[in-house]
Design a binder for this molecule. Sequence first.
Ligand code: PMP
Length: 345
Amino acid sequence: LRDNIRKLTPYSSARDEFKGEASILLDANENAFGSPLPVNYNRYPDPLQLNLKEKVNQIKGVPTEHIFVGNGSDEAIDLLLRAFCRPGIDNIIIVPPTYGMYEVSANINDVLIKRVPLTTEFQLDLNSIAETIDENSKIIFICSPNNPTGNSINRADIETLLNNFNGIVVVDEAYINFAKQRSFIQELTEYNNLVVLQTLSKAWGLAGLRIGMAFAARDIIDVLNKIKPPYNINEASQTLAIQALENVDEINTWIKTTVREREKLVKDLSTLPLIQYIYPSEANFILVKMTTPREIYKYLVELGIIVRDRSSVILCEGCLRITIGTPEENQQLLHALRTYPLVNG
Ligand code: PMP
């Protein structure tokens, strides 16, 4: 933990001290009359999002003291860097190809980046990681299932890191709902250096609300709460997320449909001559190696279909990343690729 963070006196409000029921709130310079909306949002939201955390606890089985809620998991990534890495001195380890925000957030915070590429099977190169770690390495970011490759990272390898690395091991499980592998949430009691990230932006269908979670040992969660902006999750997002989390069955149905559609799309795409390889995926997207990725990308854009061009990313040369859409959207994508002009001559 950075020294300045250890010594920090966090922002406090009158409502931190006063936990009872108040009838007159004249402490926070809000508008006492209400809001010009059907629902009143004139009061500041609960800074610790307790009702939301209790709902998350019911679903995940993790006690609320071990849950941090961020404005997207991107906020948790940023706060972890700010809490544990001294600008210009400390470094993080990332394992490309992986999610881009670890690097961007580190750069914003002037934290050094050490890159240890995944193997050609998109797994951890534990020997190179061990050689790369130095006394200023504070965080290792592992994404599993990994974005953009779609595969899960071997569990035993992550455990090796947890057992041997002195700093924090972040396991980003944004896509865990689509995977066969178990979440690392169950291991929280085993490892005090484990941070598991999850999000409501993917399977839960709430990307627009911006809600991400970090699950970790209590002292790590306390640090994140200490340095976060006081009201990082707005009232509308808290209320709507609680409502949405009631609908586990609906989400499970969508997850099953997405996985089924993924397998169908893989099967259908693999018959097309412009597809060279489709990497096995445990996520809601597939990484597809193609003959002429840049041209195909532009062709799809012209048809109003946007995919992600990853063809210049290390180990993803020639690849586009395609999110699984609705069955109709997937059909349209397939139709577009079937009628790709270069193939048809
Ligand atoms: N982690 C991974 C691996 C992601 O792919 C994403 C979103 N693309 C995020 C985190 C960020 O999610 P959020 O919407 O919760 O900020």
